[in-house]
Design a protein around this ligand. Sequence first.
Ligand SMILES: [Zn+2]
Length: 436
Amino acid sequence: MECLEELLKCRYKLAKLVGYDSYGHRGLKGTMAKNPETVMSFLQLLTEKLSQRTAKDFQMMREMKKKLNPRNAELMPWDHPFLSGVLRAERYNIEPSLYSPYLSIGACMEGLNNLFSQLYGVSLMSEHPGAGETWSDDVRKLAVVHETEGLLGYIYCDFFHRRDKPHQDCHFTIRGGRWCQETDQYQLPVVVLMLSLPHPTKSAPTLLTPGMMENLFHEMGHAMHSMLGRTRYQHVTGTRCATDFAEVPSILMEYFATDYRVISQFARHYETGQPLPESMVARLCESKKVCGAADTQLQIFYAVLDQIYHGKPQNRSTTEILKEMQEKFYGLPYIPNTAWQLRFSHLIGYGAKYYSYLMSRAVASMVWNQCFVQDPLNRDMGERYRREMLAHGGAKEPMLMVEGMLQRRPGIEDFVDALVSELNPNFETFLMDSES
Ligand SMILES: [Zn+2]
């Protein structure tokens, strides 16, 4: 507790030293949100617009708890993840192992290759690494090649589980792209895409659950941000951009990964060649909306806490602030003598920018709905997306990139509406269910 409170005090002092009102004001410079006031009104408006749905989600959880535990029916914070899982299973019963035979790693990579060639005219080509070039024998090297521009960069795919390898899926840069004045050529970007997939067996290739497939698409979104970036300087290329913009390209890929028109191009049963049935994809998408408002509300609470902690110092402990914000922005009771903030490690790395994921998701949702939902394989939109958003890395103001893509300047209200409308049920899925 002392460490955290000391850290926040020091951060405030640092920010004041260089002329800012608070650490949040300093941290948000150059982001889409620009300042803490905008972040707070985004989180507040989102809370208001979600409030009815959140209340409904908690009510469903309460009823389920009454059924499972009639003697102790009050809904507590630890019930939320468990009961939303129970409700999801009761309604949709998604069994990942029923999906994975359709999602072999080969099929998924083929799907990504198809998608990129249709959107950008770019192919992923397997290349043999030289002796000593990779850090493990199972690392694959992909050359990213454009149909007219030629080689754009390299992606090392470190996909498989290894002892001592971190479990976190991630993308990182080995070398950023940049213009080299000396040679008048572009220094090609080199990145790594790291996952922790199971190895293939004698009888089956590596099979991905829907979650693993979405993660692969997500990380590939980061990698393509680097590959398609064409910036003058390497320190602002690809993913080296404003934190609240950085997840836009990767979250956008999750929309492609859950769209049947994209999935149907590659998801085939590895033994029978049968395509993945459309109804299974639709049910998967609907299952994610179960308790979605309550889940988002929890993220809002975390983001608010991060904002307040990094605002002007207050004459009370971080625990007292947590208690107040939990009641105001979450709704489930605070448990006396606990201090959850001490486990919120993102306070350190994100520092006043934890809201970034919510805002990136809002922008990705707007881009998907306005530019790709009608035709997710549209080349003109792919080119516009590359030109307006991916090419600039962090070298252009992020809201100008969003404006260039959407051809209008969205406001906070649009961001909020984008997130709220995602929770609407898709009526076609209901029809499909009643037909079958
Ligand atoms: Zn990401």
